[in-house]
Design a protein around this ligand. Structure first.
Ligand code: PLP
Length: 392
């Protein structure tokens, strides 16, 4: 089996590249297996954590809604582009979180990026400053700046530093962070953050890698940690564990009303396709009806975590009971990484080699598992790393 597949899809940008190359185009994907140039590999990458992007009921819901509404509404939801599919999705999401966040409502956006934009636009009516984890997803920084907030970065996962920066003007400040960091699987200690910050501070937690993944029934890190008060605004995507496309903000009804009436990221855009809204609603039903899916993901995630524990860069709050399905692994020197790639290739596996800032090395393997990987497949990937460690 040639190594072109892995090399091509995983290759980091050359140092002098002005533009990050795209990965080679997939010609087919089942979520667990993907095909490039006629060659199919078991892939440990991406964020389709519950396999819902390929679920027959989700695909059927999309088809049916496309037949009813067409593909695009062709207009903003404030003019002629509102559909029952969008309203049903917002109601379904609010119900998904309602046990932990009663009375909180939802506004859907085009994606996770615009969810952050809409949330910061609403928060900027009362706040002037965003204090953001230095390794947070760049959409948080971009969205805060777009909303006119002054951005100050705190050291990664450093609650004390975040609080110190927020104390300068608590009533004017929003502390924002990813709950699960996409490239390393690190989990932010939201409970400690909320407990330690002054009462007037607001919070925006990006749960793009938490919803569907962490906590009972996949309600996310904030709910798993009991962080549910009115000061906390949650944003997330519908394109990862939910398996569809779109984004949403979960907050008090007052905050959601402001988003719906004034946020450009909501008012000034054509919403996500009604077909995708219906697909997302179906996916959330499946998460509730098939609780084993989240449990299976947790099983694979704990298997991965245990299997690479000796050489992965893992950071979770003390005593946290949930495992992240993401592991960041690096070996020095470079030829060790090459040997791991060869082992993966020989077994027909692919793990993206990424070069995001903030990882354990300039380039490292970002492994992710889904509920649809078998335990044996996870073990095979782990073995490629264990063999390298054994040979040292
Ligand atoms: C932490 C985080 N926030 C926001 C986003 C943006 O979400 P979307 O892809 O739906 O725009 C992503 C997507 O990669 C993400 O990982």
């Amino acid at each position: 089996m040639s190594d072109d597949w892995n090399m091509a899809i995983d290759a980091p940008a050359p140092p002098n590249a002005t533009q990050k190359p795209l990965a080679p185009a997939l010609s087919a994907s089942t979520g667990v297996e993907a095909t490039v140039a006629g060659e199919t590999r078991v892939i440990f990458g991406g964020c389709n954590y519950l396999g819902l992007a390929h679920h027959p009921r989700v695909i059927e819901a999309l088809r049916e809604a496309a037949g009813i509404y067409g593909i695009s509404t062709g207009a903003s939801r404030t003019t002629t582009g509102n559909t029952l599919a969008h309203e049903q999705l917002e109601e379904r999401l609010a119900r998904f979180f309602s046990a932990a966040r009663p009375g909180h409502t939802v506004a859907c956006t085009i994606d996770g990026l615009t969810a952050n934009m809409a949330a910061f636009e609403a928060l900027a009516e009362r706040r002037t400053e965003a204090v953001i984890d230095e390794r947070a997803h760049r959409s948080l920084v971009v969205a805060a700046r777009a909303a006119g907030l002054q951005v100050n970065l705190y050291r990664h996962l450093d609650v004390g530093h975040a609080v110190e920066l927020a104390e300068r003007d608590p009533a004017g400040t929003v502390i924002a962070t990813d709950t699960v960091f996409a490239s390393t699987g690190h989990i932010a200690d939201l409970a400690s953050l909320v407990r330690s910050a002054p009462n007037d501070v607001g919070f925006l937690f990006d749960e793009c890698h938490g919803v569907g993944v962490i906590g009972d029934g996949g309600r996310g890190v904030a709910i798993a940690l009991g962080v549910t008060d009115d000061r906390v605004v949650i944003t997330s995507t519908l394109a990862k564990a939910i398996g569809a496309h779109g984004g949403f903000v979960l907050a008090t009804s007052d905050c959601i009303r402001r988003i719906r009436s004034t946020a450009t990221a909501f008012v000034g855009t054509t919403p996500v396709s009604p077909a995708l809204a219906a697909a997302a609603t179906e996916a959330i039903d499946i998460i509730d009806q098939e609780p084993d899916r989240v449990r299976r993901l947790q099983d694979r995630a704990s298997r991965l975590t245990a299997g690479v524990a000796l050489y992965a860069d893992a950071r979770v709050p003390a005593g946290f009971a949930w495992h992240t399905p993401i592991a960041a692994v690096a070996f020095a020197p470079d030829d060790a990484m090459t040997r791991v790639r060869m082992r993966l290739t020989e077994r027909g596996l692919s793990v993206p080699l990424v070069s995001y800032p903030g990882g354990p090395a300039p380039s490292y393997f970002r492994l992710s598992v889904t509920s649809e990987h078998t335990a044996e497949q996870v073990d095979q990937a782990i073995a490629c790393f264990a063999e390298e460690a054994d040979d040292r």
